[in-house]
Design a binder for this molecule. Structure first.
Ligand code: KG4
Ligand code: ZN
Length: 387
């Protein structure tokens, strides 16, 4: 039996206000389509993003208070535009899916409160989604929307974004196991910091990627902490500090031409160092994944997702690593790597179809590890485990 489901996804956990309408085609064996349905294909009917880049640019990073205000101002406009471009009325939506954590608390409050109000007024179900689940499931949305066969569970993911970096086994829409991750900064944060130090602007990743294309590698000897350790854990704060020292040394008395060459070379080396760390740690994660699930089988899948996965050079490097280790490689299109509402819409639907809504997941959480069983990588503190 064929069924369909239309979902409104709302995302406001960091510096982008995003809303999207996603239409899913389902195959179901029972009359109640909410039970035992399988997604057969997806269509992203609209995906609107109100970027806050210009508001944060001068600060070289996201200012939480400014972000929260901008979300509150833009949410209704963004959602209305998303419905308009999908050519749908709000009443035609079957499910509202909203990011309820982890992230900046002000933005999460704005988005979740807005979504709850909409759900009450329309009488439609609402589900709170972990932003990281949105990223980790985004390769599935990408495959569904390309009309490809489903990217089946379990698969291995490197989730690399502005706030997080971890290797995850994705067992189901709501079951994840973390194999390792960063013990300090995220790679996105490192890119942003480097761009700030080089005076390039915000967000740093795409700007550094652009400069790296014009630069030469192997000019600087940047550190790779934990590179030789036989775990999937990574560290990026030393890399940031080493780059800062080089900039201090080289920048002050340089001519404009020399500075431009320095910026390009530093960008190239920095990007290459992050790629090398990812490749090395991916090998360890892949070996462990193979041992666990596919000892004698084919069908191994490795995905990269999150904002840093938008980087072409990193994607290429990880594709090569995947090939070498016998993994099929997946990376969503760039617009599904950086924050967007479509990944929240489809992740919400996948979780809803798997086990329905859980009221508690609408509680706003600045910290919300995907894997709640493994010991936290970084200290827990008063607000709970960070990752
Ligand atoms: O996933 P995302 O949009 O937001 C978070 O959940 O954090 O990731 C944003 C991060 C930023 O740090 C940005 O600099 C980085 O992703 N990024 C990139 C690229 N595009 C975005 N990093 C490297 N290369 C890129 N092309
Ligand atoms: Zn994100």
């Amino acid at each position: 039996m064929q069924k369909a489901m239309t979902i409104l996804g709302i995302e406001s956990s960091c510096d982008d206000t995003a809303a999207s309408v996603v239409h899913l085609s389902l195959e179901t064996k029972t009359k109640d389509w909410k039970i035992s349905s399988r997604i057969s294909s997806a269509k992203i009917l609209s995906s609107e993003i109100f970027s806050q880049n210009s508001l944060h640019e001068n600060y070289g990073g996201v200012v939480p208070e400014i972000a929260a205000r901008a979300h509150a101002e833009n949410l209704d406009i963004c959602v209305s535009l998303s419905l308009k471009n999908a050519e749908l009325n709000a009443s035609e939506i079957d499910l509202i899916s909203v990011t309820s954590g982890p992230g900046l608390i002000g933005g999460l409050i704005s988005g979740t409160m807005f979504a709850k109000g909409l759900s009450k007024s329309l009488g439609k179900p609402i589900i709170g989604v972990n932003h990281l689940a949105g990223h980790a499931l985004s390769p599935r949305l990408s495959e569904f929307s390309l009309g490809n066969p489903a990217l089946e569970f379990p698969y291995l993911v490197l989730l690399a974004s502005g706030g997080h970096c971890q290797f995850l086994e994705v067992m189901s829409p709501s079951k994840f196991r973390r194999l390792g991750g960063t013990i300090d900064d995220s790679p996105g944060e490192a890119f942003d910091k480097l761009a700030k130090l080089l005076g390039l602007g915000y967000p740093g990743g795409p700007l550094i990627e652009n400069c790296a294309k014009k630069g030469k590698i192997n000019r600087f000897n940047l550190p790779k902490p934990l590179f030789k350790a036989l775990t999937c854990n990574m560290s990026f704060s030393g890399l940031k500090a080493a780059a800062a020292r080089e900039i201090e040394k080289n920048f002050q008395y340089s001519s404009e031409e020399k500075k431009a060459v320095f910026i390009n070379d530093m960008s190239a080396d920095f990007q290459k160092t992050i790629s090398d760390i990812f490749a090395e740690k991916s090998k360890i994660a892949m070996t462990s994944f193979r041992e666990k699930y596919y000892k004698n089988l084919t069908g191994l899948k490795f995905c990269v997702c999150g904002g840093v996965a938008a980087n072409q050079s990193i994607r290429q490097c990880l594709e090569n690593t995947s090939k070498k280790l016998g993994f099929e490689f997946f990376a969503p299109p760039i617009e599904l790597c950086t924050d967007n509402g479509a990944m929240i819409a489809s992740a919400g639907a996948e979780i809803f179809l798997e086990r329905g809504c859980i009221e508690r997941e609408l509680e706003i959480r600045s910290r919300w590890p995907l894997d709640t069983e493994s010991a936290p990588l970084i200290g827990s503190g008063k607000r709970g485990a960070k990752s």
